[in-house]
Design a protein around this ligand. Structure first.
Ligand SMILES: [Zn+2]
Ligand SMILES: [Zn+2]
Length: 248
């Protein structure tokens, strides 16, 4: 059995007071983070979880609301939890450079004075290439989110499959990603407004029959989506929500 903890279910604007994107998938020993927004570390600590148990940070795309929290994990590992085990950061091509630039901009003085006490291994995940990391498998899907590379993932761990779209407009890759998932976390920024880089709820309602996932939970809710919650029939995530995912 796995547990999925919603650390942040909101958009890039803090709409509705929701935290930035961040989800923690855990088997009780190790944690995998699906995205790491600027509020992810405090949300994780509010749940009494240990950041040093995060084995991997899986980044959907390098927008601030999805990876902007990584520098805070680095300084926590350096000065508070004193991590010694290696950390894996996986994401689209260019992930290492983007993280390096971000950490350098956030804490140049610390980088100058210290060497990180833990090893970091970066992995670039390409669509169609399946990757195994310990007992976790990651299948990668190309998402469509403006001009930067964006990925969706299907994670297989302990007999359970979890799908995660990150940010994307509707694409036929989403039904492929959803296939066989015990849980699908699907972004839904808009209710009905057409946009080149985000899903609207009306797309999901129209394509609902194509989504072969046992449970679908929406996140990344924008202001227009939140104004129409009375018309939303799919389940919606909220910060702090905990989902138990059993193997079939
Ligand atoms: Zn976003
Ligand atoms: Zn984005």
């Amino acid at each position: 059995m796995l547990r999925l903890i919603v650390l942040g279910s909101g958009d890039a604007f803090g709409s509705g007071g929701r935290n930035f994107s961040g989800f923690l998938l855990t088997d009780g020993n190790f944690h995998v983070l699906l995205d790491c927004g600027p509020s992810t570390l405090p949300a994780l600590k509010a749940k009494g979880l240990d950041p040093a148990q995060v084995k991997m940070i899986l980044v959907s795309h390098c927008h601030g609301d999805h990876f902007g929290g990584i520098p805070f994990f680095f300084i926590d590992y350096q000065f508070i939890s004193e991590r010694s085990s290696p950390l894996v950061i996986a994401g689209p091509e260019g992930i290492e450079q983007r993280c390096d630039d971000l950490i350098r901009a956030a804490y140049p003085d610390i980088l100058k004075a210290h060497k990180w006490r833990f090893q970091v291994r970066y992995m670039e995940l390409m669509p169609g290439e399946d990757v195994r990391e310990g007992d976790i498998t990651i299948e990668t899907f190309a998402m469509e989110h403006g001009a930067i590379p964006a990925r969706g993932y299907r994670i297989g761990w302990k007999g359970v499959k979890v799908g995660y779209t990150g940010d994307t407009r509707w694409t036929t890759e989403i039904p492929r990603l959803a296939r066989g998932c015990d849980l699908l976390l699907c972004e839904c920024f808009f209710f009905q407004e057409d946009h080149h880089s985000h899903i609207r709820y009306t797309d999901l309602a129209f394509h609902r029959g194509e989504l072969d996932a046992k449970r679908i939970v929406l996140f990344h809710l924008g202001p227009e989506m939140m104004q129409h919650m009375d018309r939303v029939e799919l389940e919606v995530a909220h910060d702090g929500m905990v989902m138990e995912i059993d193997s079939p």
